[in-house]
Design a protein around this ligand. Structure first.
Ligand code: FE2
Length: 303
């Protein structure tokens, strides 16, 4: 019998993630692992000149089969894993085309959602918004478009005894058009950070606060230093242990006091020496360990 075709479902609603019961999942249930990736970004390979992303118009052919296949290859591997990961989270740049780059944007949304729907239904897929998803200078309507297609732009959830917080990092990069939404994000964040009952607190976001050193200078891939230091101190005081990011299309990371920040390479176009892939994260009672794997090397058993 032909398998029923699944479709992508929005599951981050009202600042929660529906598949995880917010009460039951507060209990520690033993070690588990999850998978973190970023930047599927269908279309970037075709547009990348080696130094920048070239303009595309409707008269130019535009392709993104490479990234769709790269995302599909990750999903096929995760579907074969035994045991299955507790979840798969994609830390932003789910698509490449901005909301004003039609018809590419609509086509990329459809194609990436199709491939996401091929993930085994027992593995929840969580989305994080990136700069390409909501725009470098987000507006109310660009954020709403993301919500309509992928779910809330920020939310928190409990999973197997850990508390996970998903941020909209674009508010820290450019919030001039959406100051009121940024303020709501900050009020919400202060509220969720008050809960210190979990074994571990983890943050997921697209743009890293820094790439290597917490006091490095500002560049395209990190956040301005004053905001960065203020937020890192806030997270540290709240007991956050790890911050997982994307955006850089390379693997890197560093630490702020005892808190680790991890930047994961792209699922789509890798810009460094590591091949495209994802990070596997093992959560135990006392620790969180992680290891990056090129897609072809993802092990079928990780616990
Ligand atoms: Fe990206």
């Amino acid at each position: 019998m032909a398998e029923e075709k699944r479709s992508f479902k929005i599951q981050a609603i009202n600042r929660r993630f529906l598949p995880f019961d917010s009460e039951k999942e507060k209990e520690w249930q033993g070690p588990f692992f999850f998978v973190q990736g970023a930047d599927c970004q269908p279309g970037l390979t075709y547009r990348w000149t080696g130094t920048e992303r070239k303009q595309c118009t409707t008269d130019m052919p535009m392709k993104w089969d490479v990234e769709i296949e790269a995302t599909r290859a990750v999903i096929k591997k995760l579907n074969q894993m035994q045991p299955k990961p507790k979840f798969f989270i994609v830390c932003g740049d789910l698509v490449d085309a901005f909301d004003f780059e039609e018809p590419f944007r609509t086509q990329q949304e459809n194609d990436i959602k199709q491939v996401f729907s091929e993930l085994d239904p027992s593995i929840p897929l969580l989305c994080v918004c990136g700069n390409h998803d909501i725009g470098d200078q987000p507006t109310r309507s660009s954020i709403q478009r993301y919500i309509d297609h992928f779910g809330d732009d920020y939310y928190d959830f409990y999973c197997g005894g850990i508390h996970c917080i998903v941020l909209n990092s674009q508010f820290y990069e450019h919030s001039l058009n959406v100051e009121d939404l940024k303020l709501k994000h900050e009020q919400w964040l202060d509220e969720v950070l008050k809960d210190k009952q979990s074994k571990h607190i983890i943050i997921f976001q697209h743009i890293p606060w820094f790439l290597r050193q917490y006091d490095e200078g500002k560049d395209y891939f990190n956040i301005e230093i004053n905001t960065r230091l203020e937020m890192l101190e806030k997270f540290y005081k709240a007991g956050v242990k790890k911050i997982f990011c994307g955006h850089y299309h390379r693997n890197t990371g560093g630490s702020y006091k005892s808190m680790e920040l991890i930047v994961t390479n792209a699922i789509g176009l890798a810009l460094g020496t590591d091949k495209s892939g994802v990070r596997l994260v093992r959560v135990t009672e006392n620790d969180i360990e992680h290891q990056y794997f090129p897609t072809e090397d993802i092990p079928l058993n990780f616990l």
